[in-house]
Design a protein around this ligand. Structure first.
Ligand code: ZN
Ligand code: ZN
Length: 244
């Protein structure tokens, strides 16, 4: 079955709270918004320490003091780690990443100076091999283009979910054509994706319509989207915990 007008996400694996100082809602507000949207899971993924306005390392070290479910919403205590160089180094110690439920790895121009396509390709291959990383965040970013044809199957080989990020359709317009290409390659190679909001306020939680529209337009197979089906979410979470 292809993505259609009834396709909806049941879990949002990427959002920020006021702990990232360029975001605007609290954990509680995000959870309330998730409930209203009918989501059953929310991953809290504030920016890791390489970003100037991110919380300190102790915030992430202490995240497991949050319960794993709040108000009936399953909570993944996570992070959006920054890829800091072209060898795929992240800005968080591995022992802290291993304590978290969910780890996104993303390139941001605020942390890393963009290099060549070859540089980014090398970095993403290293990230694919990193067992502490669960999902590749918004990799369509224009400034960090990589050899999609080469790397997408490698993401699949190492079990990394590839994100289609709804925020890209709002704040990274130049990257949309890359997202389309990445999604088409995920479809061709059978690599599972996630469709997430990357919400920076409660008003964006679960808001992924533009991303789903794009997937509908390219006839993307719905069974490759992890977070639109309860069974696929369960199996994904079981695999995640088996890795720890
Ligand atoms: Zn990001
Ligand atoms: Zn983000």
């Amino acid at each position: 079955m292809y993505v259609n007008e009834n396709t909806a996400i049941l879990a949002d694996f990427h959002c920020h709270t006021i702990a990232s100082m360029h975001a605007y809602s609290t954990l509680r507000e995000n959870i309330e918004a998730a409930k209203k949207k009918g989501l059953r899971l929310l991953a809290i993924t504030d920016h890791a320490i390489g970003t100037a306005d991110s919380p300190p390392l102790t915030y992430f070290e202490n995240l497991t003091s949050l319960p794993s479910a709040i108000d009936g919403i399953q909570i993944l205590r996570g992070v959006e780690a920054n890829i800091m160089d072209y060898n795929g180094h992240l800005d968080m110690p591995a022992e802290v990443l291993r304590r978290l439920d969910f780890v996104i790895a993303s390139f941001h121009t605020s942390c890393t100076v963009p290099g060549t396509v070859e540089d980014h390709t090398r970095a993403y291959i290293e990230i694919a091999k990193n067992p502490d990383v669960d999902m590749i965040g918004h990799s369509g970013t224009e400034e960090f283009r990589y050899d999609y044809e080469k790397v997408i199957p490698i993401f699949g080989k190492y079990g990394k979910a590839v994100e289609v990020n709804a925020h890209t359709f709002i704040c990274r317009q130049k990257s949309v054509r890359n997202c389309i290409q990445i999604a088409q390659l995920c479809s061709r190679y059978g690599v599972p994706i996630m469709v997430n909001s990357d919400a920076h306020s409660e008003f964006e939680i679960g808001a992924v319509d533009k991303a789903l529209n794009m997937l509908r337009q390219i006839s993307f197979p719905e069974e490759l989207i992890i977070n639109t089906d309860e069974g696929r979410i369960q199996r994904y979470l079981t695999n995640l915990s088996a890795n720890y």
